[in-house]
Design a protein around this ligand. Structure first.
Ligand SMILES: Nc1ncnc2c1ncn2[C@@H]1O[C@H](COP(=O)(O)OP(=O)(O)OP(=O)(O)O)[C@@H](O)[C@H]1O
Ligand SMILES: [Mg+2]
Length: 262
């Protein structure tokens, strides 16, 4: 079953067009990894899906309904978004920061169920010890896990994650990806994540979307999209890609020397 349909979306900031002709289908229980070089438009695409930005062309449908027609509250119940930069200005405990994720579901005051969901999620991510800490005093990786917890307690139908593992050590990268995968499968939701780690993407994503210069160059399963040819074309890097014990492995070898100008 298809959950989210992005149809021919175009978006440009005031200065220049960023996305053009972007179309994408995401099904339930599916993890989609959006890959592409810096500036390709990955974050812009996620922001369009969360309606932080409004496409100038095309449509985005969630279970057949145009997201532009939904109320903010309705959208917040359905889409959870974890931004790329996690700066936080005011002082708040980890527990309260995660509890804020329940806001779309809270009528006028927090219930015991909300509190339990927060605790369960902190435990699932093994960060319950951080519950009473001020989020401004966390490490980059701890902060990233707190934001993931906040999106999970929101219990959305679609999780949008902008580089969720960028600050995590290798163990936490695997744990977080595993958690996301099991939640996607168990709760029958979808996840779309921008990610730079080709190996993690290959291992955990069902579908890869390879972006280049604001458009989608290739979509498909990891083995069809993550190829030496595509890596060379998009990232300008020579890489080895091989399969071992059913898993795809990518080894970047060298950056292709840029042509000197003039
Ligand atoms: N607020 C903004 N105003 C103007 N241009 C922007 C803005 N945000 C991003 N851009 C530009 O839009 C393009 C796409 O940016 P975007 O953040 O979507 O890239 P990205 O694929 O997420 O890159 P990265 O891998 O570095 O996170 C870039 O050229 C960027 O400079
Ligand atoms: Mg980005």
């Amino acid at each position: 079953m298809v959950t989210l349909i992005v149809k021919d979306v175009a978006f440009g900031y005031a200065s220049a067009p960023v996305l053009a002709g972007v179309s994408l289908e995401v099904g339930t229980k599916e993890i989609v990894a959006v890959l592409g070089p810096n500036g390709a438009g990955k974050s812009t695409l996620l922001k369009c899906i969360d309606r932080i930005l409004h496409p100038q062309h095309g449509s985005i449908l969630l279970d057949g309904e145009e997201i532009s027609q939904m109320s903010r509250l309705e959208l917040a119940k359905k889409i959870g978004y974890i931004p790329q930069s996690l700066a936080h200005a005011f002082s708040i405990t980890v527990f309260d920061a995660v509890l804020m994720g329940r806001r779309p579901h809270i009528s006028w005051r927090t219930s015991e169920e909300d509190t339990e969901k927060v605790l369960d999620t902190l435990k699932m991510l093994h960060i319950e010890d951080l519950a009473m800490r001020d989020i401004n005093e966390l490490s980059g990786g701890q902060m990233q896990q707190v934001f993931i917890a906040r999106a999970l307690v929101q219990e959305p139908d679609v999780l949008l994650l902008d580089e969720p593992t960028s600050n995590l050590d290798i163990r936490h990268q695997l744990e977080v990806m595993h958690t996301i995968k099991s939640i996607v499968r168990k709760h029958e939701i979808s996840a779309i994540m921008a990610i730079h780690d080709l190996n993690l993407a290959a291992r955990y994503a069902d579908k890869i979307v390879l972006m280049n210069g604001g458009g989608i160059l290739s979509v498909g399963n990891p083995a069809t999209v993550i190829t030496p040819e595509n890596i060379r074309l998009v990232f300008k890097v020579d890489a080895d890609v091989y399969e071992k014990e059913g898993k795809l492995h990518v080894v970047p070898l060298r950056a292709i020397v840029r042509a000197t100008q003039g």
